[in-house]
Design a protein. Structure first.
Lengths: 356, 249
């Protein structure tokens, strides 16, 4: 530490540069991770809000919500701590001024996935909906009448709720019988109680219950991973982050190597005096650790700072736990890059320094 | 055990092989005792540095034996030799002896960090005073003159109380006044610390300060001159007083 810190203090510019590189890389990593969780949130936010443990789909659906169709009667065979049926379809909603893709959820108001309204009132009468408050930002408001892309039925927004996006679309929540009318039109009129069609049953608590015939029980996390595009998108961003780790290791390795080569004579003299390679190598490691830590911390601060000024349209959400892990990985990777220099130091022959 | 800090027995050194073979050092036997200061002079390429680095355990001889402080170092691996250097040997080189980003006092603190049993603060201050650098402790090597740098290098080499002090052309980068001054300080400090000292130099005038002068010619070491006096010649004592001027680079 002694040597490491003294050298940094005496060569501020040089070490500021390498810190700056680490800062920028960490900024990019943090930002990408924010983007990754933001985009992930876009897909899974509504599901996360349920805080459910498992989800039941039909066996033949291959874990795809849209392909899973069951009668409400069948759905009610599912047991657990708390259960809730879910019917879902995608539509375009239009209030006359603004148009937006939405995910329409058919639910029962007395089951646990019924959202709390943050503005206005819950749905009560026919064709009333609670809307995700992202729609408010898009120009929708309480009382709006919505025409839909696939039917002549009109919906009315009675209230808004927060954190409700599913598969990148804001959610509209409505009562299950009304949902049947939207989805099946005339046919819904003849439906008896229990004949309604739903796509899934969401379960919170409970465990080890019998799984009804033809249904499959999956973890909520598995359900999310099978949302269209979710895994692919996450993988792409995560891969970019991993590339950045490799890049920062390479940059640090090259930079430190150049600095070390410049100091070969000095290290050689020290080794001639009997100072061990281990001590000198530790000094380089310590130096890298200090610089990487400073770079990553500033990068972290910068990311948070910039995050404050981003428009809402940029889907960035900071997951501090994950950022801490990425930051630690960056520091570790930088230290790994320093190993090239350690090797160089170990190989220095003090004799060459002496005979200059 | 003898009282000789350094013993070279029939040491030889050959570089290369076949047609490119260079016998840098022919069979050489040399003993240096505590408090003894010897000089090795000789033309460039005659093998002076080779002898010095073998004596300091920086390279192994092709033949013969080297003992430092009674320990036979010839067969030790680099790690163990490094330890011997740390414990027993002080080096002073032509230049660039100092770590550029450490102040004079930090140069010594670095040595505190890597080994135990060094000087007390009082001893160190005494050494600084002896070498006339007590005012320079907060300065970086870049801010010192050549003469001052070499005086700091002497302090650094002696700081560990080495039993063997090896200097390879320590005055080569200095003008002659500064060279006398540094040489005088080196001699008196080494004697005071009771170190066995070898100074390699090409400046024959500097040999006034030493007890024995050896001459190296083509890898053969010969005793040139042996003196009775262990004291410094009178006309040179004035150089022991540190001077204020800082004209060197
Ligand atoms: N590492 C080496 N490899 C090959 N030849 C060397 C090496 N070191 C020294 N020599 C040769 O050994 C001879 C003595 O060199 P050196 O001890 O440096 O002389 P001096 O210090 O007296 O100028 C020279 O001919 C030099 O070229
Ligand atoms: Mg030489």
């Amino acid at each position: 530490m002694f040597l490491a810190w003294r050298e940094i203090k005496q060569n501020k510019l040089r070490f500021a540069l390498i810190t700056a590189v680490l800062l920028l890389v960490s900024f990019l990593v943090f930002f990408l991770s924010g983007l990754a969780s933001g985009l992930a949130g876009l897909n899974r936010e509504a599901v996360d809000k349920w805080q459910s443990d498992t989800i039941y789909l039909t066996e033949e659906s291959d874990k795809s919500l849209n392909q899973s169709m069951m009668t409400a009667e069948k759905a009610d065979e599912v047991e657990g701590g708390e259960t809730a049926v879910l019917a879902e379809m995608n539509l375009i909603a239009d209030n006359g001024e603004a148009k937006n893709g939405v995910a329409l959820f058919g639910i029962r108001p007395d089951e646990f996935i019924m959202p709390k309204v943050t503005e206005g009132k819950p749905f009560k009468d026919e064709n009333e909906v609670i809307a995700s408050d992202y729609l408010r930002d898009e120009g929708f408001s309480v009382g709006d009448e919505l025409s839909l892309s696939s039917t002549d039925e009109k919906l009315t927004i009675t209230g808004f709720t927060d954190k409700s996006r599913f598969n990148a679309a804001p959610v509209l929540f409505m009562d299950l019988p009304d949902f049947q009318k939207i989805k099946f039109g005339q046919a819904a009129e003849q439906m008896e109680e229990g004949e309604e069609t739903v796509n899934a049953v969401v379960v919170k608590g409970g465990s080890g219950e019998q799984v009804p015939d033809e249904l499959e029980k999956i973890e909520t996390e598995t359900f999310i991973k099978n949302l269209p595009g979710y895994t692919e998108q996450n993988l792409t961003l995560t891969l970019m982050i991993y590339f950045l780790f490799a890049i920062s290791a390479a940059v640090v390795a090259i930079f430190l190597y150049v600095l070390t080569v410049q100091k070969i004579g000095m290290f050689g003299v020290m080794k001639a005096q009997g100072i061990s390679s281990g001590y000198l190598a530790w000094s380089v490691i310590a130096q890298t650790f200090i610089l990487a830590l400073i770079g990553v911390l500033i990068g972290f601060g910068l990311t948070i700072g910039v995050g404050q000024f981003l428009p809402n349209a940029v889907p960035v959400t900071f997951d501090y736990g994950l950022m801490a892990v990425y930051g630690a990985v960056l520091v570790a990777v930088a230290v790994l890059g320093a190993l090239v220099s350690v090797w160089t130091i170990v190989k220095i022959d003090p004799l060459e320094a002496i005979s200059g | 055990m003898t009282d000789h800090v350094l013993q070279l027995k029939e040491v030889t050194k050959t570089f290369g092989s076949g047609r490119t073979e260079v016998q840098a050092l022919k069979e050489t036997t040399l003993e240096v005792a505590r408090g003894e200061v010897i000089a090795i002079i000789g033309p460039s390429g005659s093998g002076k540095s080779t002898l010095l680095t073998i004596a300091g355990g920086l390279q192994t001889p092709s033949g013969g034996e080297v003992h430092i402080a009674g320990e036979r170092i010839t067969d030790l691996n680099e790690k163990r030799r490094s330890r011997v250097r740390l414990d027993h040997v002080g080096f002073i080189l032509q230049a660039s002896n100092l770590v550029p980003f450490l102040t004079v006092s930090e140069q010594l603190r670095l040595l505190d960090k890597v080994k135990k049993g060094n000087m007390s603060a009082a001893e160190r201050d005494g050494l600084f005073e002896e070498l006339g650098i007590e005012e320079l402790t907060g300065k970086y090597p870049g801010d010192l003159s050549g003469g001052e740098r070499q005086r700091v290098a002497i302090a650094k080499a002696l700081y560990s109380n080495p039993s063997l002090l090896l200097a390879d052309e320590p005055t080569a980068s200095l003008d002659s006044d500064r060279a006398f001054e540094v040489m005088g300080l080196l001699k008196s400090a080494a004697v005071k610390k009771d170190a066995a000292t070898i100074v390699v130099t090409h400046d024959t005038r500097l040999t006034d300060y030493v007890d024995k002068v050896y001459k190296m010619v083509d890898g053969t070491l010969r005793l040139e001159e042996e003196k009775e006096a262990e004291r410094l010649p009178d006309e040179r004592t004035e150089f022991l007083e540190p001077e204020e001027e800082r004209d060197g680079v």
